[in-house]
Write a protein that binds this ligand. Sequence first.
Ligand code: NAP
Length: 458
Amino acid sequence: MTNLVGGEIFIEVLYIIAVGLFILSLKWLSSPATSRRGVFAGEIGMLLAVVGTLFYKGIVDYKWIAIALVLGRVAMTAVPQRTALSHAFGALCVTLVGTAEFYLRTPTVPKFTMSVLSLEVILGGLTFTGSLMAAGKLQEILPQRPITYKGQNIVNLGMLLVAIVIAVMLVLDPSRTGLYPPMLLIALIFGVMLIIPIGGADMPTVISLLNSYAGLSAAAMGFVLDSKLLIVAGALDGASGFILSVNMSKAMNRSFTNVLFGAFGQVQAPAAAAHETRPVRSATAEEAAAILAAANKVVVVPGYGMAVAQAQHKVRELYDALTKRGVDVTFGIHPVAGRMPGHMNVLLAEADIPYDKLLDMDQVNGDMPQTDVALVIGANDVTNPAARNDQSSPIYGMPIIDVDKAHTSMVIKRSMAPGFAGIDNPLYYLDNNLMLFGDAKAFVGNIVKELSGNSGGH
Ligand code: NAP
């Protein structure tokens, strides 16, 4: 008995330290200067929480846990879909635990417990199927385009309402076990219905929202299981996921309701096709190197393509080569460049590019008319001037980096293919724009070679 109490105290202490580290982690993650410490604190916190849980006597089989650890490793660019899968399995776990607790405790479930249990199962169920759908869309196993039909929102809200009514009936009389399976089933179907009208470009925002739901369902499970760790960690997860979704929506100039009900990214293909025959000017690495070397001020605008090509280290070499020649090089970071918030910051930090050279959109846009060259590396949507001046564009209103206002813009990408929003970019046809066709890593590498071949400043 003494041992058991000692063991329990040990686990509780681990949990308290873990919770403290989670809170510090979120605080530190809010600035690039302390973000590494934030990631480390979060990792240690999670390790302590997992170790504490592994000490619980209820765990009988460690084999699956070991397999899951190995399976969890993926490439950086696949992190959004992997995150979606984590939410899906976390939410499935929450739903299964909630279901087991219901059948173990019925018919005498106190009203408060039944309320949080219903919340847990509804949120868990819809997050499970919703996250699977989101992961499928991001991995391109499922169609990215939104699937819509008339009265969709009414059908969806109606389903949710029915699930809530059933939950209320269960709270009033938990012995009506027959009501439980339909409530769960509706939650599962609702998750699918919630995601099908949302286009691929909005998926990262939706994943962040699903993250929030998964956190809230885990917090609800914490009340059912009387686990303080789950309550605190779930609430932190729920709140931070929600704040992140709101920030991402703001960065795309979209309201939350617009992301959830707007069916963004529907049929833009004909517009894109109409532009395909227009001429563009392209240049070689040698020409690009000469233009860059002659510049006083260069702004590099990275995007998803830099991440795919893993070009960040070559970009660092380019930064070094140009600064050595006295060129002022800064980086313009769009809040939704790439496929997750902070994607570019993480990659550029990995290549040791100084933080103070990473400027946010507003800072860099103010300087754009005085910028000699805006070098776009694998970015597309976040530089699309249609967002500023074409009311019919699906991204109209999204703030962009105004590379078209620089004296010259140069765009490294492999082809004229559109970016994530699936739309053409009028920037490419402007007189002061040059297309640098090629893989980002290879092309930047070639520019660096040219620059180091011709030494000297200007
Ligand atoms: P983007 O619009 O998706 O464009 C990326 C471009 O990179 C593509 O046009 C592609 O053109 C090019 N590319 C791909 N592989 C390449 C390679 N190996 N080398 C060179 N270029 C390559 O990316 P973005 O400008 O970063 O914009 C992000 C998009 O994601 C926005 O629509 C944003 O709203 C959305 N989004 C992001 C977040 C977030 O959290 N970051 C959240 C929600 C939505 P080629 O195929 O011709 O090479």
